[in-house]
Ligand binder design. Structure first.
Ligand SMILES: [Zn+2]
Length: 112
């Protein structure tokens, strides 16, 4: 067993509907707190810490089986939509997925 390489420092900033009543777009910061060194592994793929709203939340990407991906978020919206299995209705997960679709790879992104 060799030590896994340190995950690269990764910070993603994106605009999401803010926490106020008008949902004014506000910058949200996603910082990678864990990254599985083998992205094809089943289990937890990566976790992020989300800042920018009233509270700090945790987003996690899980691979329960090959070819399957499940998103989790600790915010109240994601819990409310628990029935959907994926927390894809929560703005944090939507924001993160949107960024990935744009840049293709979560590792390379200039902050700001
Ligand atoms: Zn969320």
């Amino acid at each position: 067993m060799t030590a896994a390489p340190e995950p690269p420092f990764t910070l993603i900033t994106t605009l999401l509907p803010g926490p106020d009543r008008k949902r004014t777009p506000a910058p949200y910061h996603f910082r990678v707190t864990y990254r599985n060194p083998d992205p094809a592994d089943c289990g937890c793929v990566a976790t992020w810490e989300v800042r920018g709203g009233r509270e700090e939340y945790q987003v996690a990407l899980e691979r329960p089986a090959p070819g399957e991906l499940v998103w989790h978020c600790s915010c109240p919206d994601a819990v409310y939509h628990e029935d959907y299995r994926n927390a894809h209705h929560c703005k944090h997960v939507q924001g993160l997925v949107g960024v990935f679709e744009t840049i293709g790879n979560p590792v390379r992104r200039r902050a700001g």
